[in-house]
Ligand binder design. Structure first.
Ligand SMILES: [Ca+2]
Ligand SMILES: [Ca+2]
Length: 266
């Protein structure tokens, strides 16, 4: 993944404008217990020990400049050494303060300060990792990681990779009634390596069917990249075809005649 240090640009781009997101440890680490702390952001923090990793995956909607502006942590015991990686590259480290107080200091949070330099990054999914290289036997607690993003249009939903490819599609669960005798679909689709080949073929049968309407909608892919161009790789040199639907086996009759059964491919 392309990462480029952009020290001076950030001083005029991301530090005065943009958005700061708090990546709460309790929201990103779901496989372990969080501890309630009255002074923690969101009133929760997560405990980590030596050799453990806190991973955060997030999505950016455009090329932008980002910086880890701080890690909020608490410690009650000896100091801990933490390494921070972005997309598998080490961007910096921080060390917790040595502060023992019989457990009371777990509720006293401190900020690491900025980690590494501002980075110019591409849109799409990225990964931050806090690697707890060395801790005492009591470990360290993480409240959140603060991430500065220069792009003012970036929002929380995009950051959590929850944006849909086409937000105009309203996916509601359909109402299900089965007061009619059941019909059936026969799967006649075939495998293909060519994205443009019309390989999906479903035949619909119903004994009481007089007419029907089929609505084809794309899946609700979650993505920040909109790649809608045609892809003719692995298509065996076939010509581009702009047709979306083909109707096979229909008889074209003169006005007044009925149209026979057929199949739909797309
Ligand atoms: Ca410690
Ligand atoms: Ca928190």
């Amino acid at each position: 993944m392309f990462v480029r240090l952009l020290v001076w640009a950030c001083l005029t781009v991301s530090c005065d404008t943009g958005v700061t997101f708090l990546l709460e440890a309790e929201q990103y680490v779901v496989d372990r217990m969080a501890y309630p702390r009255t002074t923690a952001s969101g009133i929760w923090a997560v405990h980590f020990y030596q050799n453990e990793v806190f991973p955060v995956e997030f999505c950016l909607q455009s090329s932008t400049v980002i910086q880890v502006s701080g890690v909020r942590y608490s410690n009650d015991g000896e100091a801990d050494y933490v390494e921070v990686k972005f997309d598998d590259e080490r961007i910096g480290t921080f060390e917790s303060h040595d502060m023992a107080s019989s457990g009371d200091n777990w509720n006293r949070f401190e900020n690491s300060g900025p980690i590494g330099h501002p980075m110019e990054v591409l849109p799409g999914k990225h990964r931050l990792e806090l690697i707890f290289v060395s801790t005492d036997r009591h470990g360290i607690e993480i409240d959140y990681v603060a991430l500065d993003v220069a792009d003012e249009l970036q929002d929380e939903r995009m950051l959590q990779c929850r944006a849909y490819c086409d937000s105009s599609i309203n996916y509601k669960p359909s109402l299900v009634f089965d007061t009619l005798p059941s019909g059936w679909l026969e799967q006649r689709s075939r495998h293909t390596e060519c994205a443009e080949e019309l390989n999906v073929k479903l035949e619909l049968y119903h004994p009481a069917l007089a007419s029907y309407q089929i609505t084809a909608r794309p899946p609700s892919y979650r993505t920040l990249l909109n790649n809608q161009e045609q892809d003719f790789h692995n298509c065996g040199g076939s010509e581009k075809d702009e047709a979306v639907w083909f109707f096979n086996d229909f008889d074209v009759l003169t006005a007044g005649d009925e149209v026979g059964d057929g199949a739909l491919e797309g």
